[in-house]
Design a binder for this molecule. Structure first.
Ligand code: PGA
Length: 252
């Protein structure tokens, strides 16, 4: 059985003081047995060092929201994989739809980052998902299939299990509109089938595929019950300890 992984994408929220409040609020509530499931928080770069210290000894792991695919260099404003590791990150979100939309990320650039993240010992959380107009045109599978193939290009079979995929329909992100559990399951199943074609079924069965897009305590349990939904990438609802913990509890 695949474990469930619940990750919180803080986006561009929380300064240092607020980070301390949120992490302490979260860890003080995580007193129950996670039963092998995992919790990840992905604060902004400026909060990673503090968050890393605050989660020491707690059942919470750390991720970043982006990285540059080089080890170092003249890339003003960017952060390298080793820098993320040195501050305590084990994960990095790559290709979030906001990065695709506002920062020009493409399947090619995300692929480069994903390969570098894996080579550097980070687990990438690679995001894919269709726009509303693409869903309405009936081309969701075509779009998501192209994204999965593009983002995983030349990622060898032995390494793909180390990567997490997040299906985030763009029309459901931050809109309060969630995909129904059936809509989400259908795309997750399609993604797993695509992995089966790209690699083989044994590998496809092992890859964790998270759902993201307006996940909240009220809809998390139904989504997480679906056979191919292996966790959640949570935006808005991870910014309050009570709602994030309620989502974590709904996968137990
Ligand atoms: P949301 O964001 O939960 O606020 O819709 C999800 C995401 O962008 O990862």
């Amino acid at each position: 059985m695949r474990k469930k992984i619940i990750a919180g994408n803080w986006k561009m929220f929380k300064d240092l003081r607020e980070t301390e409040d949120l992490v302490r609020g979260l860890t003080s509530r995580l007193t129950f047995d996670l039963k092998g499931n995992q919790v990840i928080i992905c604060p902004p770069f400026t909060s990673l060092a503090l968050a890393s210290k605050l989660i020491e000894g707690k059942p919470v792991e750390l991720g970043a929201q982006n990285m540059h695919p080089e080890d170092e260099g003249a890339f003003t404003g960017e952060v390298s994989p080793n820098m993320l590791k040195s501050v305590g990150c084990s994960y990095v979100i790559l290709g979030h739809s906001e990065r695709r939309q506002y920062f020009g990320e493409t399947n090619e650039s995300i692929n480069k980052k994903a390969k570098k993240a894996i080579a550097s010992g980070l687990t990438p959380i690679v995001c894919v998902g269709e726009l509303l107009e693409e869903r309405e045109k009936g081309i969701t599978e075509q779009v998501v299939g192209t994204q999965v193939r593009g983002c995983l290009k030349d990622v060898p079979e032995a390494e793909v299990e180390r990567l997490i995929l997040a299906y985030e329909p763009v029309w459901a992100i931050g809109t309060g509109k969630t995909a129904t559990p059936q809509q989400a399951q259908a795309v997750h199943q399609f993604i797993r089938k695509t992995l089966g074609q790209l690699y083989n079924w044994t590998v496809a069965e092992k890859v964790v595929i998270q759902y993201g897009g307006s996940v909240k305590p009220e809809n998390a349990a139904e989504l997480l019950k679906q056979p191919d939904i292996d966790g959640a990438l949570v935006g808005g609802a991870c910014l309050k300890p009570d709602s994030f913990v309620a989502i974590i509890q709904s996968c137990l």
